[in-house]
Design a binder for this molecule. Structure first.
Ligand code: SF4
Length: 248
């Protein structure tokens, strides 16, 4: 049954922004990651796409996607987008490639560590990691240096089409302002969405979770900013803060 505030918010956001076509992946022969908003069903990407998503999820920590895009294009241009090639690349050359994403030495190290993990534990194959039971794959990812819950869940959801809700700073801010939950805790916010959306059939859950997260990011970037633009927000009537601000 698709009822309740979490569904209402989703429908309002989808109506305003349309499908976001996440996660962008570089098509064969191209250098630049592309969105696919016209795709009807959510499918897991191929092996190369899954690895690129993992790399993007690591690089997007503490920076805007526009910077990550430049770093991904540079990795593609230098033909480094595979665990074997990342491991073989000299550290200085990898750091130079990911420089646009900021914290580039730390991120180059994280990419090396992740590639080593994938190579040693899963024969260098994302599909092998992502085919494990969800809790096992998540717990393995969380043990890798530089991978926290948001990064792990982004990889599981977008690279593996596994039904897990990704929470970020926008999710927490919007959820609190709208009045969906009162928590800063990652796991509690994730549990809120996963429980509230329980009525969605299992085969549709990953697609809906992926779209929902992308829509929340769109709202957080453009309207529900630190100083929110409530008068133009599609959630205004459904949002506790929005109703208060517009009344004031
Ligand atoms: S109405 Fe205002 S506070 Fe509520 S989600 Fe929209 S922008 Fe954020």
């Amino acid at each position: 049954m698709r009822q309740g505030p979490a569904f209402r918010i989703y429908n309002l956001l989808l109506e305003r922004f349309g499908p976001r076509g996440w996660w962008p992946v570089t098509p064969p022969g191209a250098l630049e990651p592309a969105y696919h908003p016209r795709r009807k069903t959510f499918r897991p990407p191929d092996e190369g796409g899954a690895f690129e998503i993992a790399v993007g999820a690591i690089l997007t920590q503490n920076t805007a996607w526009a910077n990550v895009r430049k770093a991904l294009m540079e990795l593609n241009r230098r033909r480094l987008m595979s665990p074997e090639r990342l491991l073989r690349a000299p550290f200085s050359s990898l750091a130079k490639a990911v420089r646009p994403s900021g914290y580039f030495r730390q991120k180059a190290k994280k990419l090396k560590v992740f590639s080593r993990f994938l190579q040693d534990r899963h024969g260098g194959r994302m599909k092998e990691l992502l085919s494990r039971p969800l809790s096992q794959a998540r717990s393995e990812l969380l043990k890798v240096h530089g991978i926290g819950p948001e990064t792990a869940d982004s990889i599981l959801l977008y690279a593996g089409a596994r039904p897990i809700f990704v929470v970020d700073a926008y999710t927490r801010r919007i959820g609190g302002r709208v009045g969906l939950f009162r928590t800063e805790d990652y796991e509690k916010a994730r549990a809120y969405f996963e429980t509230a959306l329980e009525g969605v059939p299992l085969k549709e859950r990953a697609g809906l979770f992926g779209e929902y997260h992308a829509l929340l990011v769109e709202l957080g970037k453009n309207l529900c900013r630190p100083r929110p633009l409530c008068w133009t927000c599609p959630l205004q009537r459904a949002c506790r803060t929005g109703r208060r601000k517009v009344r004031a």
